[in-house]
Write a protein that binds this ligand. Structure first.
Ligand code: ZN
Length: 159
């Protein structure tokens, strides 16, 4: 399976245009857009925190975290850190490009163990967890030119 990070055009074709405006430099998503795209969901492994997730990736994330749990890899997940500082939905600009919307604004990517996998570092992500995301068609951003090792994102399958 060959995965490719989606271009902005492919992203909008799949997840739609984000309904938002900018207020004091912050990305404010329209309540209508949020209501029709974002759901609160309790994922496997996590105990009481419901993540706000784009409805189109709930099935993927349930599958991924179920596999992580079944393979006993949940020991590599910092549950509290991920609940507090990670997850999917976070309307804002990109860390790499401050004029571009972060894809977290759509509630699609998942940030895992953020404290030990900061943007611009090598991080400490379990290769077995990376493999599970990869096998389900998600890219890991830890090996990019500007690494973001906490970040997993639904990819385009090109072969
Ligand atoms: Zn991220």
């Amino acid at each position: 399976m060959i995965r490719k990070i989606m271009s902005d055009l492919e992203w909008e074709a799949k997840f739609g245009k984000l309904g938002f405006h900018i207020e004091n430099g912050k990305v404010i998503v329209s309540p209508e857009w949020e209501q029709s795209n974002i759901v609160s969901f309790l994922l496997p492994i996590f105990i009481e925190h419901k993540f706000q997730v784009n409805r189109n990736v709930v099935t993927d994330l349930v599958k991924i975290f179920t596999q992580i749990e079944q393979q006993g890899l949940d020991k590599y997940i910092d549950i509290k850190d991920t609940e507090l500082n990670g997850g999917c939905y976070c309307p804002r600009f990109s860390k790499a490009n401050r004029t571009k919307l972060s894809r977290h604004s759509w509630g699609v990517p998942f940030d895992l163990n953020p404290t030990s996998n900061q943007y611009g570092t090598k991080g400490a992500m379990s290769p077995e967890i990376i493999k599970i995301f990869n096998d389900n068609g998600w890219c890991w951003f830890g090996d990019l030119e500007h690494p973001d090792p906490m970040h997993f994102e639904l990819a385009k399958i090109v072969g």
